[in-house]
Design a protein around this ligand. Structure first.
Ligand SMILES: Cc1cc2nc3c(=O)[nH]c(=O)nc-3n(C[C@H](O)[C@H](O)[C@H](O)COP(=O)(O)OP(=O)(O)OC[C@H]3O[C@@H](n4cnc5c(N)ncnc54)[C@H](O)[C@@H]3O)c2cc1C
Ligand code: SF4
Length: 502
């Protein structure tokens, strides 16, 4: 029986982040462990309210009050079991999820601070490693059926683990040189150190999942060949088509890049250093890309922009501006606009924002300014208003508000336009919809029979928790398509959307 008064006795508390002056000198994670005493105290704040809206806030349907109470009582092994019943990779979500569950916590209704659900989750995930490791669960008998998973991000990996544990032979094909999708080279180590991925991959491998890196499906192996080798195919290729701004004058200048090219180059340097192979930050064509000593302008206000900010400071940028088209959001929930338990539009301060830089809201770039040699030297911005008319976004610059910011490196973090157009799509006979995503039927199959889709490739650029949820659900559908015995858990259906008031 949970403690019904815990939230009255304890305030919400998180562990202190590593000091800024220390953490920007390395690439290690920002948060230290909470420690057992603090995390048991915080888990005690969960009153097991009876109708846990946090379940609906979490796309995985994590059994949050159950494991909060197990942590409260120090029953760590049972907490590990309970958490893994719904989430294949809590060490990823516990570190990286924006925690829509916390926005839906019932404590938020009465003006209280929500339970630190995400922190409890990561502590349970780390306890699993500390208490004997991530033990593999190989199945004794094989079904004799085989599945190809294309793409090794959280969606592909969650599906692979579910299917392998159901007895199917699973091969994950990844075009990159390492497994992990965006977790590997997209998300910096200061948010997710890569040993967490490697530990999980060791578990999956021990459960029978085969990994093939450096295989670009549609180029190195055709769809036809893949279909001949396997009984079903899951496409989990992500939504990596970066939005650009070709109409802005000066876009072709040197020094103006897609944010992902900067992040991937920087993360590869960290990975190489970890392997004892020092390497400079370069683009695939060898062009150097590094923020050291530079004035950096980051355009965009989301996860990608914040990751660029943290990377720029660790590389030694001279100064950083982060530009957002929209006005500064409110600092607390606007209950008229986003009533509890929905995900509110509020100012999100990432740890990277504590590390320096200036955020500029309600501005739009008018021009990337040339230094006369074809290299960017500045960004001319104007204050703007943004409104929606007939479903279209209208951006209006305020006359006389223009000014120039110094910029030697400009990073475009203005979102993604769905999955990339690539040969694999036509070969499998699937098409991108108006959002650039690939539609799924209610059983997760695409227009092509036996070809399933999950994660960002289906949903559009989203979150790790959704990718895992869709990977699990698609695995359940594939298991049923292959005539597997019993049902696998399917936390979401393809039409499921986040909690919303309208
Ligand atoms: C910079 C950045 C930071 C982010 N930070 C967060 C965060 O803090 N929290 C959070 O919840 N979410 C975050 N996200 C979003 C999150 O990373 C994604 O929603 C999630 O990774 C999607 O998982 P996925 O498996 O669908 O695809 P991905 O992780 O994108 O993986 C797709 C994989 O498919 C491979 N692939 C594509 N085509 C082929 C092919 N033809 N053959 C073989 N392989 C192929 C790609 O190389 C890639 O490895 C962030 C995203 C970005 C870009
Ligand atoms: S996965 Fe995200 S939404 Fe679900 S319990 Fe963890 S932090 Fe909350």
């Amino acid at each position: 029986m949970p403690d019904p008064n815990g939230f009255l006795r304890y305030e919400r508390r998180l562990p202190a982040r590593r000091p800024v002056a220390v953490r920007i000198t390395d690439w290690r994670e920002v948060y230290p462990s909470a420690g057992e005493e603090l995390i048991r105290e915080q888990a005690t704040r969960c009153m097991d309210c009876g109708i846990p809206f946090c379940h609906d806030g979490c796309p995985l349907g994590n059994r949050i009050p159950d494991w909060n109470d197990l942590v409260r009582t120090g029953s760590w092994d049972a907490a590990v079991e309970s958490l893994h019943a719904t989430n294949n990779f809590p060490e990823f979500t516990g570190r990286l999820c924006p925690a829509p569950c916390e926005a839906a916590c019932v404590l938020g209704l009465g003006g209280q601070q929500p339970v630190t659900i995400k922190q409890v989750e990561v502590e349970i995930a780390d306890a699993a490693v500390a208490r004997g490791g991530l033990n593999p669960r190989p199945v004794p008998a094989s079904t004799g059926r085989s599945v190809a998973v294309v793409g090794s991000g959280p969606a592909g990996l969650a599906a692979a683990q579910q299917l392998a544990r159901a007895g199917h032979a699973v091969t994950v094909y990844e075009r990159d040189d390492a497994i992990g999708g965006l977790l590997r080279y997209g998300i910096p180590d200061f948010k997710l150190e890569k040993q967490h991925i490697d530990r999980r991959l060791a578990q999956l491998a021990a459960e029978g999942v085969q990994f093939r890196t450096g295989v670009n499906v549609g180029v190195d192996v055709t769809a036809e060949e893949l279909r001949a080798r396997h009984d079903a195919v899951l496409l989990a290729c992500g939504a990596l088509q970066g939005r650009d701004t070709p109409e802005t004058p000066g876009r072709p200048l040197r020094g103006v890049h897609q944010a992902m090219t900067h992040l991937v180059a920087a993360n590869r340097v960290v990975a190489a250093a970890g392997d004892g192979r020092p390497a400079p930050a370069v683009l695939p064509d060898g062009t150097p890309i590094d923020a050291a000593g530079k004035h950096v302008v980051i355009i965009g206000g989301g996860d990608t922009a914040a990751d660029c900010l943290g990377v720029a400071h660790r590389q030694g940028a001279a100064g950083v501006h982060q530009l957002d088209l929209y006005p500064e959001p409110p600092h607390g929930r606007d209950a008229e606009r986003d009533p509890w338990p929905t995900w509110p539009w509020v100012l999100r301060n990432y740890p990277a924002h504590e590390e320096g830089g200036e955020r500029v809201f309600a501005v739009a770039v008018q021009e990337f300014v040339d230094d006369g040699t074809g290299q960017v030297k500045g960004v001319r911005i104007a204050e703007v208003t943004v409104e929606r008319r007939d479903g279209r976004r209208i951006v209006t610059a305020l006359p006389g508000s223009e000014r120039e910011l110094p910029a030697d490196l400009v990073l475009l973090a203005i979102g993604f336009e769905g999955t990339e157009e690539q040969p694999l799509l036509a070969q499998f006979g699937v098409t991108r919809n108006a959002r650039g995503a690939v539609d799924a039927r209610p059983d997760w199959q695409t227009d092509a029979d036996g070809v399933f889709v999950a994660g960002d490739m289906h949903r559009g650029a989203s979150l790790i928790v959704w990718a895992i949820a869709e990977g699990r659900a698609a695995a359940a559908a594939i298991h049923s398509y292959l005539g597997g015995v019993g049902d696998l858990p399917a936390p979401v259906d393809p039409a499921r959307q986040p909690l919303a008031a309208r």
